[in-house]
Design a protein around this ligand. Sequence first.
Ligand SMILES: [Zn+2]
Length: 113
Amino acid sequence: MLENVKVGSINYDVQKVENMNEDFSLLGQIHYHKGIIQLDETMSEDRKNQVLTHEVLHGVFYEAGFDEQEEDMIRRVGAVLHQVLKENDFYSAFNSEADAYAREMQKKAEKKQ
Ligand SMILES: [Zn+2]
C-alpha cells in the first residue's frame, strides 16, 4: 500500500487506523486541510487499496475545486477506477514513454553541440 499520495500539489500521508470502522463506521477518510488519508487497518490489502482509490478520488475532485461532492458518484467511479489502476500497467507505459522522450531530447541536445 502507498504511504504517500500526491494529489494536485498536496502530499497526503496514508495512515492505517485501529478500530476506525468499529468506532466510526468508516473504512476510510480524507482530511484535505491536514493532508491525511486514514484507512481502517483491519481491511485486506485489496480492500485498503480500493478505499484508498476512493479517498484519492475525493482528493482529485477537491483539488480540482469541487468542494461539494456526491458520495454515490465517488463510490461508483472509485470502484471502477480501482479496477482500472489495478489491472493495467500504467506505471511501465508512462515510464517507458518518459524514457523514450528523454532519449530523444538527449539526441537533439547532442546534435546541437
Ligand atoms: Zn467517500
